[in-house]
Design a binder for this molecule. Structure first.
Ligand code: UD1
Length: 321
């Protein structure tokens, strides 16, 4: 089986690539290396340096013949999307339209898409299931929702079968330490904590401790990237076996607070990890936790590596290096 992994040199894409290779798939990574890095590429896979805004080159690449594609190439900083929406329109929406058009013109009819829990916005109830209303509160989430709508139309009009995977909070690293590329200027909680532990940052700013949560700090559903990767494989198998498209949450179903992660990190790293409580970050909901039932039932998928110890220890393996 030949799989094209667009954005395969990035943080999540490299874990997806690794797993597909481990399972014996023939993979080609297509990436412009704007946030991904060469360190995340594997010698068993092919690499093509290219941009999703370059339609002729995408078409030429897809002409080599693939059984499916995984699309993870996107800008993803929710805060930046509110101040620079133009970039998000072009990269995320126009880029995906290019991929969709090149795919259907190259007879690729199986499409695995990296969506986000950001499509839901502030939750009406917890855990959040896939029937929860979609009211994104940042432009990034809007771009993901628009792409889901495009996918649905291409299914109806062109017979494209897709899996739209709504990731909750991706975290952790390959437990065998085979992926070593670190994100540049991370804003997410776990890499920030790791940078403080490694002495690259002075302290963690805890964005609020007065939320109505178990300890007052923000609660999220952290899902290990290797668990995300295995869901991509199961989603591909699902589309192939059933001929149906699917939209599904990818979360562990468990909420962890900022303080729980911080305390675990202090204990695993043995570092003090200074932290200061600051004001809330604008737009941060108190708690986001997924219902993982649909993925469990339809994909037979459950999170295996998403306990707090594995999330932290697999990250520390990389950041302590
Ligand atoms: C993340 C992504 C968002 C994605 C969403 C999916 C970023 C910045 N955010 O959101 O794009 O759509 O998952 O659910 O890429 N925190 C601190 N201090 C820090 C950083 C974070 O206290 O320095 C807290 C936050 O307030 C929050 C939790 O840690 O309670 C997680 O934050 P973060 O890792 O940024 O992820 P989300 O904002 O949940």
């Amino acid at each position: 089986m030949k799989i094209l992994i667009i954005g395969g040199a990035g943080y999540i894409g490299s874990h997806v690539s690794r797993l597909f290779l481990d399972q014996g798939y023939d993979i080609t990574v297509y990436d412009n290396l704007s946030s991904g890095c060469r360190e995340n590429l594997f010698k068993e896979g092919e690499f093509i340096e290219g941009d999703i805004l370059d339609y002729p080159f995408l078409l030429e690449t897809m002409g080599k013949g693939f059984d499916a594609l995984v699309h993870l190439a996107a800008l993803k900083a929710a805060g930046e999307s509110m101040t620079a929406p133009e970039k998000y329109s072009v990269n995320n929406i126009c880029g995906t339209i290019n991929i969709l058009n090149a795919a259907v013109n190259s007879d690729i009819r199986r499409f695995i898409f990296s969506s986000s829990a950001a499509v839901y916005g502030e939750p009406d109830y917890l855990p959040i299931d896939e029937n929860h209303p979609t009211r994104p509160e940042n432009y990034y989430g809007f771009t993901k929702l628009e792409i889901e709508r495009l996918l649905s139309w291409y299914d109806t009009l062109k017979g494209l079968k897709y899996a739209s995977l709504r990731y909750f909070n991706a975290a952790g690293y390959d437990v065998d330490g085979r992926i070593r590329g670190m994100e540049r200027n991370p804003a997410n909680l776990l890499p920030v904590i790791m940078e403080v532990a490694a002495g690259k940052r002075e302290k963690l700013k805890v964005f609020g401790n007065d939320f109505p949560t178990k300890d007052g700090t923000g609660v999220r559903d952290y899902i290990h990237v290797t668990d995300l990767a295995s869901a991509h494989m199961k989603a591909f198998e699902y589309i192939q076996n059933t001929g149906e498209s699917i939209t599904v949450n990818l979360g562990s179903g468990e909420g962890l607070s900022v303080m729980e992660i911080l305390e675990t990190a202090r204990s695993i790293t043995g570092k003090p990890i200074p932290a200061e409580i600051t004001g809330r970050r604008s737009g941060d909901p108190a708690e986001l936790v997924a219902s993982a039932q649909k993925a469990r039932e339809l994909l037979s998928w459950t999170a295996e590596f998403s306990d707090v110890e594995t999330l932290v220890s697999s990250s520390w393996k990389i950041y302590s290096y």
